[in-house]
Structures are given as C-alpha cells and as structure tokens.
Design a protein around this ligand. Structure first.
Ligand code: PAF
Length: 281
C-alpha cells in the first residue's frame, strides 16, 4: 500500500492509474477504523481496480470543539488494517492540504438538512459537503463508498454529487453490527464498560419499535414508547427518534406514510452520541 500525504502527488498517481484504464474506488474516512470501514474497502475492491482510502478528521464538520478533540486518532493501526485488507493507496493529509484557506462555501440541501442531525448539529453537513467535494476533486473516483449508518449523510452526499455534477457513483453499504446488535462506530471505543453495555439497548429498541409499528401502533405511540424506554435510565439522553420517508427524510405521520420508511435515532449514552437507523418496510 502506498501512503501519501500530499494532494498533488496523489492526483498524479491517480492520473497514472487512469491512463492505464483503471477504475478508481474511494473510501473516505476519519480513521479509527473498524470492520464497518473494512467492509467498504472490501466492496470497493470487488467493484473497482484500485482502492484509495483517506483518513482525515475534518474540522469543519464538528460543531462541537470538544467532540473534535475527543475523536479517536490511531493512524498507524489504521494503516496496518488497510494494508492487510489490500487497500492500494492511503491518503493521510494534514489540514493545510485540504484547506489551504478557509472554505467559505455554503451548500443548500433543502429539507434534507433541516431535520435530524441537520438541526442537532448545525453546520455539520455543510462541513461534510466541503470535505467530500474537496476529496472527490483530488481523487476523482469513479465510485465512492459510504456506510448506511450515516444514512442522512449518504443522502446529502448523493445530493452534493448531483448539485456539483461530480459524476461519482456514490454507493451506500449496509451497517455492520457487533454481536449484541450495536452498530459499529469509531465512537463506540469512547464508551465506558457500563455505557457500552447500556448502548446495546439502542438496536433492540429500534427492532421493538419496528414490531410495534408493524402491529398497528401509530407513529406517535411508537415514538412515545422509545422515549419512555430511554427515559427510564439517566445514562441515556435521547436527541431524536424519527420515522421518515427513506428518500426525502420527511417525517411521517398518520396522514402521510407513502413510500419506503426508515426509523432514525440519535442518543447520548453518557457523553457519547450514537446514531443508528432501521428500514421499516
Ligand atoms: O463518515 C465519515 O467518516 C465522514 O463524515 C466523512 C464522510 C469521511 C467526511 O469527513
């Protein structure tokens, strides 16, 4: 695996691959890799000739400075895991490579960003859009791979790709889960033992809520059930639990429930904010 920290060098290397007719796959990450990330690398290897992975903890997508500082960083271990997985190139840029000057672009993703993490983490998706458009500009991938755990992010990136006509095939990959059902996340390693145990309630609750909806409970009843369950233990603080249209993310209510639906949750377990989602159809 080639490790590169300079964007011009990476662009030259990509040009060489392209001249040889290679299909380029791209897996952007913020590091602290786990099996979920590796599944994206696997998918890229299956569908493309060269897989490029980036590790960059993007400061512009953190609306909370403490969260940025707390974000786990372990580039050596990550590089080892990527090498073992057969990743071709690792891009490990410094902030000055990505943002030689302040990125003042403001994107408008309409209703997609006016809900869920869009309201809970103001500016977050704008920062994601900034970094992804810059990385796509450097790597110019044919296909890029993102996890469905960050479902709203995936829809935003697809929209960004359309808005800027970046012509990248954006591919969503299924959530990988721990044996107790908890969605894999780099943030899980920040949980204490007690919090980690408590976190396993989240996927179970999502499944139970799905069953209640299938049994005919109304959406407000299902939402009340989730909030009551989490309310019974102060270790949890529910940020949101919503049932939305899976394409537009418009919240569903009893009058408007056409199309595929998805439930999405964000909950603090102690100080750590975890997200998850579950298709309801
Ligand atoms: O999902 C992530 O890890 C990040 O939001 C991404 C897409 C790499 C942009 O920094």
């Amino acid at each position: 695996m080639v490790i590169i920290d300079n964007k011009t060098e990476l662009s030259h290397l990509v040009d060489q691959y392209r001249q040889k007719g290679k299909i380029i796959g791209f897996v952007p990450t913020m590091g602290a890799l786990h099996e979920g990330h590796l599944s994206l690398v696997k998918k890229s290897k299956e569908l493309t000739d060269i897989t490029i992975c980036s590790i960059f903890v993007n400061p512009t997508q953190f609306n909370d400075k403490a969260d940025l500082e707390l974000y786990p960083r372990m580039p050596e271990k990550d590089a080892y895991m990527l090498e073992k997985e057969g990743c071709g190139v690792l891009f490990l840029p410094e902030v000055s490579q990505i943002y030689p000057e302040e990125d003042k672009r403001v994107f408008d993703f309409g209703n997609l960003e006016r809900i869920l993490d869009g309201t809970s983490r103001p500016g977050h998706f704008n920062g994601v859009a900034q970094v992804v458009s810059i990385l796509f500009g450097i790597v110019k991938p044919d296909k890029a791979f993102f996890g469905e755990k960050d479902y709203q992010q995936l829809l935003i990136i697809k929209e960004l790709n359309n808005l800027l006509q970046l012509k990248v095939e954006v591919i969503g990959c299924p959530i990988l889960r721990e044996s107790d059902g908890l969605a894999m996340s780099s943030r899980n390693m920040l949980l204490s033992d007690e919090e980690r145990k408590a976190a396993s309630l989240i996927p179970n609750l999502m499944q139970e809520a799905k069953r209640l909806k299938q049994q005919g409970k109304t959406i407000p009843e299902v939402k009340q059930f989730v909030s009551q369950q989490l309310g019974s233990n102060p270790i949890y603080k529910l940020d949101y639990y919503e049932i939305c249209n899976a394409t537009t993310l418009s919240p569903l209510n009893s009058l408007n429930n056409s199309g595929k639906s998805i439930s999405l949750i964000a909950v603090f377990v102690g100080k750590i904010r975890l997200i998850d989602n579950l298709a309801l159809d």
